[in-house]
Design a protein around this ligand. Sequence first.
Ligand code: NAD
Length: 503
Amino acid sequence: PPDSPPPSHTATVAGVPVDTRHWIGGERVASSTASASVTSTASASATFTDHSPIDGAPLAEIARGGVAEARAAVVAARDAFPAWAATPPAERARLLHAVADGVEARTEDLAAVETADNGALLRSHRHGVMPRVAHNLRYFADRLLALAHDDFETRGHTNHVSWDPAGPAVLITPWNAPLMLASWKIAPALAAGSTVVLKPAEWTPLTASLFADIAHEAGLSAGVFNVVQGYGAEVGEPLVADPDIRRISFTGSVPTARRIAAASAAHLVPCSFELGGKSPLLVFADADLELAADLAVEQFDNAGQVCLAATRILVEESVRDAFLGHFLDRVTKLTQGDPRDEATDVGPNIHPRHVERVDGFVRRALDAGAKAVTGGGRNTALGGNYYLPTLLTDVAQHSEIVREEVFGPVLTLQTFPDGDEDEAVRLANGTRFGLAATLATGDRERADRVSARLVAGTVWVNCFFVRDLSAPFGGSRDSGIGREGGDWSFDFYCDLKNTVTAP
Ligand code: NAD
C-alpha cells in the first residue's frame, strides 16, 4: 500500500528505488553491527549516510561492509568461479549483451541516480556515460569471441595458446565516474570468465547497486557478480588481502594504490592500477588558438574531476596573450549550477572535504605568488560544493600547484620560450605522473616529434578525450601499472596457457 513506509534497506533517489545493501552470492545482505568495524562511538550503526554533492542532502543509508562482508563476497565469487569459467564464451557474451540491454532499458534511472550521487551533469550521464556503459559491455562481449587462440608448430609439436580465466577479481573504483569506470573493469573481467567483487567508492555507492539488479535480471548466476559497500579501510583492505582472489583492478589515488600493492604482495596477486594525473596541454604558436582554447575549457568538464584532465597549460610565449583572450572569452560563457539543469556546464565538486582540499591547493598557490586570472575560490553565489573554474598564472615549475593533482576545476598556465621545443617537453614531463598529454599544433611533424618524447599513456593531438576501447589505456610512472582496453584487458584477467602436443 502506498502509505506504508519503505523498508529501511530501500532508498528512493531521484524517484528511483535503490536497495542499499550489499549484493553477495545472488542475495541482498545487510551489514550486521558486529561485522562492520565501526569507528564512530556515537552510534554503533552498520550503515553510513550517502549525501548528494548538489545540495548536501542525505540520499540513503548504505550498508557498511567490514571483514565479514568482504570474506562472504570473495567466497561467493570463488564458489561461482568454476561454473562461470566453464561457461562457453558465446554464452558469456550473450549474457553480457543481456546486461547491456538492461543498462539501456534503465538509462534514465541510472543517469538520474548517478547525477544525484556524484553531481556530474545529467545530460552527459544520459547521452554519453550510460550509453557508454552499455557499449563497454557489448565491446568486451564481442572481443571475447574474437580473441586469437594461437596455434603453431615447433619441430612437429603443436603449441596451442589459450586464455584461461584467472579467478575471482576484486574491482575497486573511485567516485568521479562511478558506473563508467566500474564497467571498464566489470565487462572484460566477466567476459574473460573471472567472477567479480566490486567495491564502489563510499561517496558514490548507488549505481553499483542498480547494476547488480540489472545483472541479476539479465541472468547472471549467483556469485558471478557481487557488490560490497563501505569504506576503503574497512571493507577494501580485507578484500585485497583475501587469499582467494586472483586479480585486483583498482582506479583511484596513488596512496591507496601503494597500500593495495603492499597487501597484494602477501599472495602475489597481480594488480592493475589506473591512478592520478597532472597532464599537460601544450599550445604551440602554430596552433589553431580557438581550438586550443576549446581544449583548455574542456578541462573543466566534471568540475575538473577527471584523471586525464590536462590541467597544466604550457603555451609558447608569443601566443600567450592571444590564447588567454580566447580562453577567457569561453570561461565567461560557462554556466555553473545544478547538474540536473540542461543549461549547466560546470556542476559541483563531490564533497565538502574535497572542496576544502581543492581550495587548500589554490590558497597555498596564491600565497606563494600565483595570480588567479579567473576564479580562485568557491562560487559564493551558489555555495555548497561549487568551486569556480580557475586559472592560475605565475606558478613555478617546482611548486605544489604544478606538481600535485588537484582534482578540481583548477588549471595552471606556464609559458615556454618561442621555438624552444626542448623546454616545452621538459616542462611537460616534469611531474611524477604520466597519464596523458594533449598537443595543439598546426605542424604534423612537430606533433610526431613531441609525442615521441612525452611520458604519457595517451597523447592527443588537436583533440581530447577521444577513446577507443581497442586502444591501450593507462599511465606511466605514478599514473599506474598496466594497460586496459582491447586484448590488454584479457591479458590481465586471464592466465595464458600454452599446450604443447607431440605429433
Ligand atoms: P581513493 O584512492 O581515495 O579511493 C578509490 C577507491 O579505493 C574507493 O573505492 C575507496 O574506498 C578505496 N580504498 C581506499 N582505501 C583503500 C584501501 N586501503 N584498500 C582498498 N581500497 C581502498 O581515490 P578517490 O579519491 O576515490 O579517486 C580519485 C583518484 O582516482 C584521483 O587520483 C584520480 O586521478 C584517480 N582516477 C584515476 C583514473 C584513471 O583511469 N587513471 C580514473 C578516475 C580517477
